[in-house]
Design a protein around this ligand. Structure first.
Ligand SMILES: [Zn+2]
Length: 218
């Protein structure tokens, strides 16, 4: 494998320069002055679930951090390399975003790995410990949902992992402070790849409901 720029990337870059950049040159120039996104999205690294695509967002509109399974880890003061926590801190304390959306999705390989580790199947040197933060959630689910088929477990854990991340978000002092003062709102969402469908977590019922699309944007 050579270290040349992959041809697909070159072609895509050419299209970007000729179309999007050419059309929005002023936007890019003004973004060079700084960014002020109102929304942070915590999403999965999965190539099929791109927040900017799902929300038709322009550069500068979304502050996005993506990792395996879209997880917010617990607030920890020990340890050195907290990439997601660092992005969260920057979004809340520096950019002062108004909203944080935890975006889970269907067919999530990270969630499949979290379920697999319950059967002691090795899921990687780094993936295993990362997704194993869902261990308590997973064990409660498997105890309570014994009659559910594996697909049902998968989607149930995808949903529960979003709630787990929202709980962890509230454990970060700068997040809970901003929520308490009313300057920050937390949201959970889940995206179905095959249907291109977005569901939003209803905080009262705890259910993921289909999003109603505003008539003006249809
Ligand atoms: Zn995923």
């Amino acid at each position: 494998m050579t270290a040349q720029v992959p041809e697909d990337l070159l072609n895509g870059y050419g299209i970007f320069r000729a179309s999007r950049f050419a059309d929005e040159e002023d936007r890019f120039r003004s973004l060079a002055e700084g960014q002020s996104p109102k929304v942070m999205v915590i999403g999965c690294a999965d190539s099929r679930v791109d927040p900017a695509t799902i929300f038709a967002a322009a550069p500068g509109e979304l502050f996005v951090v993506r990792n395996v399974a879209a997880l917010v880890p617990p607030y920890e003061v020990e340890g050195a390399y907290h990439g997601t926590s660092a992005a969260l801190e920057f979004a809340v304390t520096q950019l002062q975003v108004d909203h944080i959306v935890v975006l889970g999705h269907g067919l999530c390989g990270g969630i499949t790995a979290a379920l697999a580790s319950s059967q002691e199947t090795p899921v990687g040197q780094f993936i295993g410990p990362w997704v194993d933060q869902l261990k308590a959630v997973r064990e409660t689910l498997l105890e309570q949902a014994v009659d559910v088929d594996p697909d049902g477990h998968q989607q149930a854990l995808e949903h529960l992992s979003v709630k787990y991340s929202l709980d962890n978000l509230r454990g970060f002092p700068f997040v809970s402070d901003a929520v308490r003062t009313g300057t920050l709102a937390l949201h959970g969402a889940w995206f179905s790849i095959a249907e291109g469908k977005l569901c939003w977590l209803d905080p009262d019922s705890g259910a993921f409901e289909d999003v109603r699309i505003p008539a003006a944007s249809q």
